[in-house]
Design a protein around this ligand. Structure first.
Ligand code: HEC
Length: 210
């Protein structure tokens, strides 16, 4: 369900942007007739796309929870809507371009949001591999709590966003690759975690398997 709506959102945002880009170009280029024609043809598709875009966006919001960056993004999108409506109704090029820039900025923020993973503190007591008591699973659990739990849930079972890690069919190599590179809406961790942390968290995840 999450995945389907995630892609619905992604596709509708892109289509929405495309329609807006064409409309803005036509307006700025004074192609009023072409603009009127394009607007007429796209009336129904545009309504469907913007509805899908908003509904899927709201659903994702209820699943992911909000961050400051996400709130800024939503505010920009909400402000851009009346700016766009007024811009196109009055044929005001400045407002039309402004609304397009706002939507693009919001899109850029969303991308940034995805890439940015803050360095979290992992319990140093469990991460020293030279310690005679070093336990790779304890180390992995500490990494998991810091980086993975908010999506996959405690113990890998009750994630709001991520898949259930206790019933996964993925083998260890696949899991390692997924943790390093990410997949779907899961970010990759290869630039955030060091090799030992990745191995530890993968071993911990493997130990959750029922
Ligand atoms: C932003 C949310 C998010 C975070 C943070 C996250 N994951 Fe994921 N994870 C997902 C989603 C969503 C999937 C399903 C991805 C797909 O295949 O589309 C997934 C899939 C996986 C899988 C593959 C499961 C399978 O059955 O194929 C593994 C393993 C995994 N995550 C481990 C981790 C580990 C370890 C961490 C922390 C280092 C982590 N994840 C952090 C969202 C997240």
């Amino acid at each position: 369900m999450f995945k389907a709506l995630f892609y619905t959102h992604l596709i509708s945002v892109n289509l929405f942007l495309l329609i807006y880009l064409v409309k803005t170009i036509l307006l700025v280029a004074n192609k009023n007739e072409a603009l009127a024609k394009f607007t007429k043809i796209n009336k129904v598709p545009e309504m469907i796309i913007s509805t899908l875009f908003l509904v899927s966006g709201i659903y994702l919001l209820t699943q992911i929870g909000t961050t400051t960056l996400l709130i800024v993004k939503i505010v920009i999108v909400l402000v851009s809507i009346p700016v766009a409506i007024i811009g196109f109704k009055k044929g005001n090029k400045l407002l039309a371009v402004l609304s397009l820039l706002m939507i693009i900025a919001a899109y850029g923020l969303a991308e940034m949001n995805k890439k940015k993973i803050d360095k979290q503190t992992v319990d140093v007591a469990v991460s020293n591999t030279n310690d005679a008591n070093y336990d790779v699973i304890k180390h992995g659990e500490s990494v998991y709590t810091a980086y993975c739990q908010n999506c996959h849930g405690k113990g890998g079972t009750n994630g709001a966003v991520g898949s259930d890690l206790t019933t996964t069919q993925a083998d260890e190599a696949t899991k390692l690759a997924q943790i390093k590179n990410g997949a779907g809406s899961m970010p990759g961790f290869k630039n955030v975690l060091n090799e030992q942390e990745i191995i530890a968290v993968a071993t911990y995840v493997e130990s959750l398997k029922k």
